[in-house]
Design a protein around this ligand. Sequence first.
Ligand SMILES: [Zn+2]
Ligand SMILES: [Zn+2]
Length: 141
Amino acid sequence: MAVEGACLCGRVRFEITGPLLNADHCHCSQCRRQHGAAFSTYADCRPEDFKWISGEDHVKRYETLSGAGWCFCKECGSTLAGSDKGEINSVTLGTLAGDPGIKPESHIFVGSKAQWYDIADDLPQFEERPRDSSKARGKNC
Ligand SMILES: [Zn+2]
Ligand SMILES: [Zn+2]
């Protein structure tokens, strides 16, 4: 069953028709700035499973030199998805409707987390991205 997402103003809508994988909270400084928050929450998706349903012309992509990028609505600012060299490879859980069938499994890049934020749950914490896991693929930070 497809999972749908939308931006704050509703112009941009998207769906993911395959499984969401590897959900986590990322505390890296790029995510904190991109989201204006203590951390971002993303899950991976396969590029072929992601589709813009409407408003793709309102999507702006900000890319770093490495080709990693964040896709957001240029009208309302909602961060919707992560990309690598132009391919969507992750989505923000906060923009999805209903139950996406996955919950965050860990905190990553805790080594650069905001000093004013204390993690208060029991999920595993990693200083950076765990090297030995599937989480090494498909993420931007
Ligand atoms: Zn919008
Ligand atoms: Zn990050």
